[in-house]
Write a protein that binds this ligand. Sequence first.
Ligand SMILES: N[C@@H](CCC(=O)N[C@@H](CS)C(=O)NCC(=O)O)C(=O)O
Length: 203
Amino acid sequence: MPKLTYFDFPASRGEECRLALHIAGVAFEDERLKGDDWPARKEQTPYGALPTLEVEGRGVLAQSNAILVYIGREHGLHPRDNWLAARHEELMQAVEELRHTVGPVLRIQDPAEKLKAREELAGGFLKRWGRSVERRLQELSAGPFVAGDAIHVADLKLYLAARWFSSGVVDHVPRDVFAEFPRLVGLEQAVAAHPKVVAWRNR
Ligand SMILES: N[C@@H](CCC(=O)N[C@@H](CS)C(=O)NCC(=O)O)C(=O)O
């Protein structure tokens, strides 16, 4: 049985991989590390970070996008056509850029600096990011998913990115920061309503 190792967060890079395995119908060991366990395990991972996916007889795979593409290719959740696959991977990489930009802003502690940085993030980077993703989604299909009617691993990554803000956990960034981007909003809603995603949430 494959083993997906991540922290016990209900979001982000590990959650999208767990969701992909669940949607694919793969029975997997869902290893969730506690903060205290991490320092000892960190050096054993390929890049000192999680998630990792251990596959019997193959080894350990790191990097969330590589894990998602592998699961997607194995289980029909990633396009077979090389061009379309690359277009999906482009969107997945855009989510990684978003995470790398937002992460440092969320770590700012000083209240005044934090407020300023988050307001700038909401009005600047996030609007540009949303506009770009919206345009690329419109080019690819009429929705609701990236590829139209069928869910793919890229959808899971975009869903968690949009949900990061719409869930309200990032204060000083409006929950509706992406409201002007109907394809992105529609994608988030469609993934949230997907029966297997609902089942995963309610498990
Ligand atoms: N590029 C990597 C980034 C992995 C990453 O930064 N993971 C974070 C959790 S989301 C982590 O392991 N943080 C703990 C640490 O760096 O010590 C990926 O996409 O998987």
